[in-house]
Design a protein around this ligand. Structure first.
Ligand code: OAD
Length: 221
């Protein structure tokens, strides 16, 4: 299972692309705000953007789509949830082991020593690192950065092995995550897409279910 921003749309979290996508903030495209260059040049603005998003998320709860996937994890022996989302809503819904390819907005790490800090419940830009006094930055993967070591490799090996691969609520434009359904399909999996809109991936899918994740997922499994 690969999820993207669309699975959290019904929880009130804006997507990036597609209808109603939050593609700009303060006049800047999200690809510019969420970039390694921005961390180097204006970490204050990066924090302002992520604080805005964390503030918004404080009001958001998992929806029936997240809950259905937590139930699938409990029900099926061989089930892997891979998400591009940083909102942590899969964990709140009860998923124990989501592979969070793009990190988690409720964590930060020190730009000097790398120590990780839990910032859930911290409403504004957190203080400096308790170990070395360096500045903290969000523990999320930004444009121009590598994915966390081992996470993509784990997802890729499950994609190669699986019988069935679901792609839910993603425009499937951002790599390497977007490669996972292609790898699964090439390895013989049955590929299912759940998305109200057509995507780059649709023509590769064995089945496209056009609708909202929170409505469709609880009807399957
Ligand atoms: P996008 O915003 O690119 O795509 C969201 C997709 O969800 C679109 O295809 C919508 O049609 C679909 N969608 C909207 N509402 C839905 C619903 N209720 N049910 C199902 N689908 C729905 O989001 P991602 O593909 O997740 O990366 O974006 C990938 C990455 O780009 C993000 O992880 C983020 C961003 O830059 C980083 O921040 C590193």
């Amino acid at each position: 299972m690969l999820t993207g921003a669309g699975i959290s749309a019904e929880s009130g979290v804006p997507t990036f692309r597609g209808r109603d996508g939050l593609s700009m903030w303060k006049g800047m495209p999200f690809e510019v705000l969420s970039s390694s260059r921005m961390v180097r040049e204006d970490l204050d603005e990066v924090w302002a953007w992520f604080d805005f998003r964390r503030g918004h998320l404080a009001e958001c709860k998992p929806n029936p789509g997240h809950i259905a996937l937590a139930e699938w994890e409990a029900k099926f022996d061989e089930f892997t949830l891979v998400t591009q989302n940083i909102d942590g809503l899969h964990r709140v819904a009860g998923s124990f082991e989501p592979i969070e390819l793009h990190g988690n907005i409720h964590r930060a790490y020190c730009v000097e020593c790398g120590e990780r800090h839990d910032i859930s419940g911290v409403p504004h830009e957190p203080d400096i690192c308790r170990s070395c006094g360096g500045r903290l930055r969000p523990d999320v993967v930004l444009f121009g950065e590598m994915l966390p070591t081992g996470e993509f490799e784990r997802a890729e090996s499950r994609a190669r092995e699986c019988d069935m691969f679901f792609v839910v609520g993603t425009s499937a434009l951002v790599y390497p995550a977007a490669a996972l359904p292609v790898i699964a399909k090439q390895s013989g999996a049955f590929l299912v897409e759940i998305n109200p809109e057509q995507t780059e991936l649709s023509r590769l899918c064995d089945l496209s279910l056009r609708g909202e994740a929170g409505e469709i997922l609880p009807l399957i499994g």
